[in-house]
Design a protein. Structure first.
Ligand SMILES: Cc1ncc(COP(=O)(O)O)c(C=O)c1O
Length: 363
């Protein structure tokens, strides 16, 4: 590599360098087979080992209870927006499904579900430009509902739930795409947690779904085979040709995370990284964070400069010094630093130094 580049892209996002080096080193010859991992059958015993090891590592990292299945499913996170009501809406006699709208993806989640259930948005942060997470009182949760869906970390804005709603007997479903394995969570509080792989796990286009066993077997008859979680669990994610490469990379990322000390250790580091940026933002009026301090997450730090012109200059000059993909989401503009698990502290410090210098030169 000619110069050090730090990738702050929101997803596909940076992978740990040792993982990419291992992929490179064994790409042409997987485990002495003389063929690449992308050429090995998904039914081969060598691939089955890769899949089982990835699932086992996820279980070890999360302390996932035994009554939860781990699935790898096609179509990334967004495909699950439709798969969820197809699999779960019939848990309610009226197919009532509850959603909390805390950002763009939370909104898309209920939009894509509308064809398959009676979708009700019980709270929304739209009125305040999603700068906070609305309070969910237990009284707001109809106990006849099939499930309550939340987006635990809002990738575009950078807000997150610090504590999760108590949904009573209603299964709590969480889109954790932009924060899975970045902080310790108690999976037993959730009926289902899912995430596109492309931020903290691996390549895009596939999602990891964790689902409690009693929630399997309720899919409506029209559910396409590949969106049916029960079928996927029965076939251990091998109903059709799986995305073998994505699962292989995820296994390596999970192994890397174990070597870093696991989720609690990476959470501490993630907090330290986010603090570097938020301390800087809080110490000046030049940079303005978009999220109220008590709802700030530790994965996506979104902020503005005094003008759109200065933001364009910031992005151009940042790119020139190897600070890559800091542009905010096309729907909101501004700057966004995505600092997922694989981002080293040094990358965040390099960004902070650049921000200080930019303010000095342009303030
Ligand atoms: C919270 C969240 N949910 C869903 C998605 C959509 O993921 P995918 O592109 O894998 O469908 C994203 C993508 O960034 C996301 O951040």
């Amino acid at each position: 590599m000619s110069k050090q580049v730090y990738n702050f892209g929101a997803g596909p996002a940076m992978l740990p360098v040792p993982v990419m080096e291992q992929i490179r080193d064994e790409f042409l010859d997987f485990q002495g087979l003389g063929v690449s991992i992308v050429e090995v059958s998904h039914r081969a015993k060598q691939f089955e080992q890769v899949l089982l090891a990835a699932q086992e590592r996820f279980r070890q990292l999360t302390g996932l209870p035994d009554n939860y299945k781990i699935l790898f499913v096609h179509g990334g996170a967004r495909m699950q927006f439709a798969a969820l009501p197809l699999n779960l809406a019939s848990l309610s006699p009226t197919k009532k499904c509850l959603y909390v709208e805390t950002g763009n993806f939370a909104k898309l989640a209920n939009k894509d579900a509308k064809a398959f259930g009676d979708i009700q948005v019980i709270a929304s942060g739209a009125d305040t430009n999603y700068d906070r997470i609305p309070t969910i009182d237990p009284g707001m949760i109809d106990q006849d509902a099939a499930y309550l869906h939340i987006t635990t970390n809002n990738t575009i804005y950078g807000s997150r739930y610090n504590s999760f709603p108590d949904a009573g007997k209603v299964p709590l479903i969480a889109d954790q795409t932009s924060e899975i394995l970045s902080r310790v969570i108690d999976y037993s509080k959730f009926g289902c947690v899912y995430a596109g792989l492309q931020k903290n796990l691996g390549p895009a286009g596939t999602a990891l779904v964790v689902i409690r066993e009693d929630l399997l077997g309720h899919a409506v008859a029209e559910t396409p085979t590949l969106l049916n979680y029960e079928v996927c669990a029965k076939d251990n994610s091998l109903t059709n040709t799986a995305n073998t490469f994505a699962i292989y990379v995820t296994g390596l990322v999970l192994e890397w995370l174990q070597q870093q000390g696991g989720v609690a250790a990476i959470e501490k580091l993630n907090e330290q990284k986010a603090k570097v940026l938020y301390d800087l933002i809080d110490g000046t009026d030049y940079f303005r964070g978009v999220i109220l301090p008590e709802f700030r997450g530790i994965m996506n730090v979104s902020f503005n400069l005094p003008s759109a012109e200065l933001e364009a200059k910031f992005l151009k000059e940042a790119g020139e010094v190897g600070l890559y993909a800091l542009k905010g989401h096309r729907s909101v503009g501004g700057i966004r630093a995505s600092i997922y698990n694989a981002m080293p502290l040094a990358g965040v410090e390099a960004l902070a130094a650049f921000m200080r210098e930019f303010e000095q030169n342009n303030g």
